[in-house]
Design a protein around this ligand. Structure first.
Ligand code: HEM
Length: 176
């Protein structure tokens, strides 16, 4: 088996687009938009809806990963690097699931669901500052960015130093 299942390939590249968009929307746009700005509820709705969609894609991806055949685990020839690679891959599932759950916990504790999705018309809380759920959400975002950087560096190492054509496994084409 030389390549991943094409559906898994699609989900992988979809996540590559969705995760940085979410990190940017949350960390740069929302975090700097005061809660009394009239556009805030719309932006929150976009971020929360998008984040929940990422959660759904993650579950579909996990099921596809478990149920489809896939190439043998890539190796660098170095046991330590191979172990980091394994932890990185599972770390993605844990961190992304954690982002969705802490985001949801933030929304629930600030009473955002009826305001953002239910059209209750109630005002947003004056600020989200000090919510431990949001602190965890932001902290996980930093860990996720670190993991993404590590993942990209590993892919480049395989592609350009080891020259083992690893990137091709996560693309479409004949699988065996
Ligand atoms: C993988 C999915 C997600 C990513 C990458 C993401 C990313 C972020 C980031 C980077 C921030 C800024 C954190 C900070 O200021 O310290 C943020 C804020 C926030 N996120 Fe998410 N998020 C995701 C999913 C969700 C979900 C599912 C919800 C709720 C259903 C949610 C609700 C929020 C809320 C309420 C804020 C606070 C916005 C503000 O400060 O005004 N997020 N998110």
């Amino acid at each position: 088996m030389r390549k991943y299942h094409p559906f898994l390939v699609t989900l992988h590249w979809l996540m590559v687009l969705m995760i940085p968009l979410s990190l940017t929307a949350g960390g740069i746009i929302l975090a700097n938009l005061p809660n009394d700005n009239p556009a805030k509820v719309t932006f929150l709705g976009g971020h929360m809806g998008f984040g929940l969609t990422i959660g759904a894609v993650l579950i579909i991806r996990l099921i596809t990963r478990i149920r489809s055949t896939h190439p043998a685990r890539a190796t660098t020839g170095n046991e330590f690097l191979d172990r980091i690679s394994l932890w990185t891959h599972w770390g993605f599932y844990v961190l992304i699931a954690g982002m969705v759950l802490t985001g949801l916990a933030t929304a629930l504790s600030a009473g955002l669901l009826p305001i953002v999705f239910g059209g209750s018309g109630d005002p947003l809380p004056a600020t989200f500052d000090g919510l431990p759920q949001l602190f965890l959400h932001g902290f996980r975002a930093v860990l996720l960015i670190a993991l993404i950087v590590l993942h990209i560096l590993a892919a480049l190492y395989h592609q350009f130093i080891l020259k083992d054509g690893l990137m091709g496994r996560m693309w479409y084409g004949k699988r065996d």
